[in-house]
Design a protein around this ligand. Structure first.
Ligand SMILES: Cc1ncc(C[n+]2csc(CCO)c2C)c(N)n1
Length: 235
């Protein structure tokens, strides 16, 4: 993958989506929080804010695979949601370990019980998609792996990671080959569903995808700015 999230020869619905909304992928990549992950310059409280919120996000993300199970038309789809949920439940928090180490806290200590506004909004959006069609749900779930895997590959190809990079473990997690295969599976499943959908559903599919891309950028902003529920006037 180069700077665009889609290779020049890729065709299909999700390839078109990636091309049409590559500006959002770029906004994701250029966000100061991710820049801080690249340069290893984040404040520990920003990293901790991210980990606490992201743990909650992952819980909700797995729950949305449960909604996918409920929407599944057959066992083959059920197996996909079941296996993906098991993987995320078991593995994804590995990526957080490097961050906790950097901040000098245990994973347990990094937990929070209150969602920040942008994390809550992203979760609500995915959950609502899980009460629409399978295609709309997959479209809401897709930017999550796509943005991270694309950004991790782009960064590690541009700049080989120094052995002592503080976020080595985090970047490594997202460049693993098996992660790319999972992303391609998700995309090809959505390609098939979108090809079968009528124009109204296809429109909702694209909107769900775009909203999740925006929420991915806002998630960085939430962590970067230590967003919480304090009213803007500080009262
Ligand atoms: C806000 C947010 N967005 C994306 C990811 C990354 N991620 C979470 S689940 C998953 C799917 C496959 O494991 C991936 C790539 C994250 N951690 N937090």
């Amino acid at each position: 993958m180069g700077v665009l999230p889609v290779a020049a020869d890729e065709t299909g619905f999700t390839a078109d989506l990636g091309r049409r909304h590559s500006d959002l992928f770029e906004a994701f990549y250029q966000h100061p929080f991710l820049k801080g992950m690249r340069e290893g310059t984040l404040a520990k409280e920003q990293v901790l804010h991210y980990v606490g919120q992201d743990h909650q996000y992952l819980t909700a993300y797995v729950r949305c695979y449960g909604l996918g199970l409920a929407l599944s038309p057959d066992r083959e789809w059920m197996r996909f949601f079941h296996d993906s949920a098991a993987f995320i439940l078991g593995e994804e928090s590995r990526a957080h370990e490097a961050l906790c180490e950097y901040a000098g806290v245990s994973y347990e200590e990094a937990q929070v019980d209150r969602l920040a506004p942008s994390a809550q909004a992203y979760i609500n959006h995915m959950t609502a998609a899980g009460h629409d069609t399978l295609g709309v749900l997959l479209a809401a779930l897709l930017p999550c792996p796509w943005t991270y895997l694309w950004a991790a590959r782009r960064f590690t190809e541009e700049t080989p990671l120094a052995a002592d990079h503080p976020f080595h473990g985090w970047w490594d997690f997202y460049v693993e080959r098996s992660m790319t295969e999972k992303l391609l599976t998700l995309r090809s499943r959505l390609d098939v569903l979108a090809a079968e959908a009528g124009p109204a559903e296809r429109e909702r599919i694209e909107r769900a995808f775009v909203a999740s891309c925006h929420y991915e950028v806002r998630f960085w902003e939430m962590a970067w700015s230590l967003e919480d529920w304090t009213p803007p006037n500080g009262t």
